[in-house]
Design a protein around this ligand. Sequence first.
Ligand code: ASP
Length: 383
Amino acid sequence: MERWSRRKFFLASLLSSLAAGAGKVFGSSPPVDAAGGAPSIPIASAQGTRPIIISSANGLHALDKGMEVLKKGGDTLDAAIAAVTVVEDDPNDDSVGYGGLPNEEGEVELDASVMHGPTHRAGAVGGVRRIKNVARLAQTVMQKTNHVMMVGEGAHRFAVDEGFEDMSLLTEHSRKIWLAWKAASSVNWRPGIDSPEWREHVAAIFGGDKEKIAYAERVIAHPPTGTIPCMALNEKGDISATTTTSGLAWKIPGRVGDSPIIGAGCFVDNEVGAAGSTGKGEENIKICGGHTIIEMMRRGKSPEEACLEALARIARNYNNDKKKLATFHIFFYALNKDGVHGAASLWRNHYEEPQHSVYAVHDGTEARLAECKPFFDEINAHG
Ligand code: ASP
């Protein structure tokens, strides 16, 4: 099967895990299936293990790379970066790195951050064009400069000086979806009224492939976000994290989300743990989600409870008005120093998929999916 969209990626991952046996997927509560059809999933033990590496679900097939580094006694930040680099390099994941959906001008702009627990250091880059491995670039800012954050043109020049490849990040897939978005948003980017229907024009962009047209229609109507946060803990209890993303599709050039913001999209305290996020970054920035989660864990909350507390603050910002909150989706992920992990999602599902939201965990044996705890136990058809 050609896996060209993030949506397909999620479905394929989840279904193959379920097919391979319920023991490969675990969570804190069994899935609720309104239609009565979903397989039930066993409850996990809340005990931690070390070494361990976790990420958003789109990292499921990349965590092996990070675990390899941890098992060889490598650095925890190198482990997290090894995992997310697989996703940044993957043209089929349109939410991160190469092949990420572009801004409104058709340019892919990437954001990333890193935190290295053992040395209490951080690095970040925002709005970077034409450089695919921005997690490693954020690490290079941390290692080779006296700065924490670099953005735009300056970050790009720094990357080229440091030997990163300068390349177009658009794939045929992301370029075509961008063209379809342009045709849907501006009369200047579709044929005039004396020409064939503009919908036919959009269909022609995808050579009539119905699945691709339907996916394009969805991401045009609901501009998607997408990211990979990844947290790695070694046997002796050192912990590091990274978050890397192409951000919000069709954004205004220069828009930066939460992913490169230390304390929002990524935060680590080597004495406590690490946290990351995906979803609407603007909501996370307003509550400093990563930092909030670490402080909650410091006071004794479990990773899952701490993630739910961050979501409660976001919901509070809208007086818990579900109509307003249904206009977006957001997820938090956390790992504590003992190797206990947890995640929570504002809504039960991920985008249009009715299953529970999931995240990826590798505790040394194999990578598997775990459930996010929903803050609202309802499906969000829009976020
Ligand atoms: N949080 C990212 C941002 O707002 C996008 C995402 O995670 O989906 O840029």
